[in-house]
Ligand binder design. Sequence first.
Ligand code: HEC
Length: 117
Amino acid sequence: MRFCFAALAALALTIDAARGQKLFEACQSCHSLDPAKAGMAGPHLARLKGRVVGSAEGFDYSPAFRAAKAQGWVWDEARLAAYLADPDSVVKGGWMSAPGLDDAAERAAVAAFLLRP
Ligand code: HEC
């Protein structure tokens, strides 16, 4: 039984991440998943799980993001979902405007996709 629940939880996460991948298309005008791709409006979002906020190499972050980095903040599910709901509520004065994910389930799906192991 326990194994069964674990398998179901893993399956739910996979479905969430797949939905998040689709939703992430809206972010790709500014964000790449390829660290080597330079010149986008936003930093690359590869390997975001456990990544320090504002640490994509070569990206010129806002002073607000540089301050968050100096404090050693790290991306996790809760912080990312809050950021996608209202960027200013997490990093006040950053340069990303609200990404337009009004639905909490959509934000959770994008977070699951970006923070997949
Ligand atoms: C119009 C361009 C634009 C769009 C669209 C956009 N972003 Fe951003 N995003 C930015 C910019 C610019 C920054 C850097 C903010 C700063 O330096 O203040 C950023 C930063 C981020 C960060 C922090 C990354 C780090 O290195 O710490 C995450 C996570 C993020 N965006 C996720 C998303 C997601 C998910 C979407 C889609 C739902 C999205 N963004 C849509 C421009 C955008």
